[in-house]
Design a protein around this ligand. Structure first.
Ligand code: GUN
Ligand code: FE
Length: 444
């Protein structure tokens, strides 16, 4: 057996919602499978022995090692569209821009260029785990899994199901309900044949409007028989919420539940229109929510009641929702989560007196946002990552405040370590990310 490799530096994480912990001059030791086997501080027994025996890799002065970011909602095929097409409502955006773009992934050459760029982009931005929607295409979805495997990202990937001719254009629709279900089955089998515990398949009805009831029912059965993760969009915008009420006479949550699509392995994107009773259902089923504050600002007509969901015990992480959210740098979503919660709390219409303006006691702080971007996302997926504890995988990001081109200002003797962490989370840019590991392997 090889000796574990140790990393010496300043490790900061948020293993518990609302709290951060920074370990100075800590030694985090990782075995050949990427598993953390010890976390020692200078006063601990064995620290000096480990330090002298090695191998030890020292982090740069003032650098912060954080858990890798976990992005719970990424539309892989929309990567070429980041920063465009943000000026129309969701239902127009899908038909005018997004479905035509996703339809292009029948071309494997296009898919190879875009997916190669996407995965490299996300890794260099510190996203070590991503929950991906691919497209309806079998070959391109398999290619995304191959690329994640090769580049070393931890990835959960779904072949998207869209079989409803009323809502999906001819150029971008599963050929039939049967073909959609068989395609899901085949994709799960392919991903499992890769035999990697880093890459997992996900049952992925795009959202209720895109799917027939027969497809939703079939996917519920597939999710159960394969014990597979599930992802979909839920209660996102006024139009989407109303569409499901009109078609099914109930909310998204109630409808997904009767199809067996709400499980402990389900992640629902958005959830802005969830009622208190919907949240109780999600908590009871153990579902997670991908909070996508950037995309919500453009497409959702409202703010996700994040604090209410957390209080109800719903598991929540952050989603960039590329390209509805125009950033692949998850700290942008972390910052937007704090901002959105403050706008919800205080309200936005200054014509109203303060007491009538906002929704009281709904604001979260940067510590909770940091938790959501790391451990919260990991927990929603039941993955052993997201914090530096024995038994977890070493998925980490090294942030150097002094990196050339970086944007963090620390002044000697002015900031405590935790204040420095707050500055890093609020102000760091991509140039500050100098190294990224997944399962102990450097991937950037
Ligand atoms: N609802 C259905 N598809 C999508 C999508 O691609 N992005 C967002 N934000 N919402 C959706
Ligand atoms: Fe989305």
């Amino acid at each position: 057996m090889q000796r574990p490799r140790s990393y010496l530096g300043r490790f900061c994480h948020a293993p518990v919602q609302g709290q951060v912990e920074c370990l100075e001059d800590a030694l985090v030791s990782v075995d050949e499978d990427g598993c953390i086997v010890s976390v020692l501080q200078p006063s601990d027994d064995g620290y000096n022995r480990l330090l002298s025996e090695g191998p030890v890799e020292s982090m740069p002065k003032d650098a912060y090692v954080l858990p890798g970011f976990c992005d719970l909602h990424v539309h892989a095929p929309q990567w070429p569209q980041i920063g465009k097409a943000l000026d129309v409502p969701l239902e127009v955006w899908l038909q005018r821009y997004t479905f035509p773009l996703e339809a292009r992934y029948c071309d494997l050459g296009f898919a190879r260029t875009a997916y190669g760029g996407l995965v490299a982009d996300l890794l260099s931005n510190g996203t070590t785990t991503a929950l991906y929607f691919a497209t309806i295409h079998q070959d391109a979805s398999r290619l995304l899994a191959d690329i994640c495997l090769e580049k070393g990202q931890r990835a959960l990937i779904g072949k998207v199901v869209m079989d409803n001719p009323d809502q999906c254009p001819d150029i971008y629709r599963d050929r039939s309900t049967d073909a959609a279900l068989r395609g899901t089955d085949d994709f799960i089998t392919y991903v499992r044949s890769l035999n990697s515990d880093r890459i997992k398949p996900v049952v992925t009805p795009r959202f209720i409007p895109s799917c027939t009831d027969a497809a939703l029912d079939g996917l519920g059965h597939i999710a159960r028989s394969f014990a597979c993760h599930v992802q979909t969009h839920c209660s996102e915008s006024d139009w989407q919420h109303r569409y499901v009420l009109e078609r099914h006479g109930m909310s998204d949550t109630e409808s997904l539940d009767r199809f067996g699509l709400l499980t402990r392995h389900t992640v629902l994107a958005h959830g802005n229109f969830l009622s208190a009773s919907n949240m109780d259902t999600l908590a009871a089923r153990g579902c997670g929510v991908a909070h996508c504050p950037l995309s919500n600002a453009y497409f959702s007509n409202g703010v996700f009641p994040l604090k209410r969901a957390l209080e109800k015990g719903v598991r929540v992480g952050l989603g960039s929702d590329i390209s509805g959210g125009p950033s692949s740098f998850l700290p942008d979503s972390l910052r937007a989560a704090v901002l959105a919660s403050r706008l919800l709390n205080d309200g936005v219409d200054c014509e109203k007196p303060y007491d009538d303006r906002g929704v009281r006691d709904t604001q979260i702080d940067w510590r909770t946002a940091f938790y959501l971007a790391t451990r919260g996302g990991a927990d929603a997926l039941d993955l052993p990552v997201g914090s530096f504890e024995v038994g977890r995988q070493f998925d980490a990001v090294l942030i150097d405040p002094h990196a050339v081109g970086g944007s963090v200002n620390l002044m000697d003797g002015y900031d405590t370590v935790v204040e420095g962490l707050q500055k890093v989370l609020y102000t760091a840019n991509k140039a500050n990310i100098v190294r990224v590991w997944v399962a102990g392997r450097a991937v950037f």
